[in-house]
Design a protein around this ligand. Sequence first.
Ligand SMILES: [Fe+2]
Length: 298
Amino acid sequence: MIFLLAILGCGLLYLLHRLRHYMTRIEPLQVATPEYEVVDNNLPESLDGLRICQISDLHSSLHWYNKKAISDALKKVHADLYLFTGDMIYMQEGIGAFLRWLEEMKDSVHPFILILGNAEHKPWLRDEELFEGLKRYDDWVLINQSLTFKWKAGELQVVGLDDPHTENDDANIAYANADPNKWTLLLSHSPDGIVGVGERRADLTLSGHTHGGQIRLPVIGALICNTSKTKGFISGWFHSHEIEKRIKRKTGVKLLYVSKGLGTGNVKARFLCNPEAPVFTLRRTPTGNGANTIRVNT
Ligand SMILES: [Fe+2]
C-alpha cells in the first residue's frame, strides 16, 4: 500500500512539474497575432484598409523570457500603425529593457501611439527615464489627449486616456480637442476607462490590463479580472448593447476589444490564455479574406 502511494505521489509530482514547465516556459512563448476585420459602414472611405496592431501589457524586464517570441511574431505583422495600450514595463528595470527592445524593433513597430498603464504609474517609479527615451522617436504618447493620425489620404482621430486603474483617466480633458463628428479610435489601458467616457464618441476602443485572466481553468475560465467598474470584461469583443447592460448606463463606446496582452505580471505563467498582439483591419464592407469579421453596428 505504501509502495502504491509512493508511486502515485511521484506520478503527481511529475505531472505538476510538467504543468509548471508548460505554464512558465511553453505557453507564454506561444504568441498569437489574430487578424480581425472591423467593419463599419460609417468609416470614412479614406480609412478603408487601415491596418492597426495592438501591443499591450508587455511588462518588459531584465528577465523578459518571452521577448524573442514577441519580437518574432511582431516582425511578421506589417501594420500601418502600432498601439501600445499600457503596462510596457515591469518595475524600474523594465524602462531600460523596454527602450532597448523598442530600438531593436524600430523597423517593426513604427509608427506607434503609446498610452500609459498602471505599471507606469507606480509611485516609486522614475518614469522621466521612459519619457526621455521615447523622445528619440517621431511617435506619440497620449496622456488624456487626442491626435489625428494621417494615413494616405485619410485621417484617423485617436483619443488616449491616462490609466483608469490608478484613476488618472480624465475623459473631459482627453476629448477636449476631439471632433465628435470624426470616426474615433479610443485607447484605454483598462476597460474601466469606458465608464468615464460616457456618451462621447468611440467607434472602436482598445484595452488590455486584464491579461485575459492569465491563468484560466477549463469550464470555469479566468479567476482574476483585475477591473473594478467593468467586471467580466476579461478578453475579447464587447458591443455597445452588452456594455450598456453591464455598466448600467448609456455609452458612446460602440465596440470594445480587451486584449489578453503579451507579458505577465508578478505571476510569470499563463494557462489556456496565450499572449497575443491582435491586428485589426478597418473596413467599410467585409472583404471575405478569411479574417474574423466584427461589425461595429450590431
Ligand atoms: Fe495594467
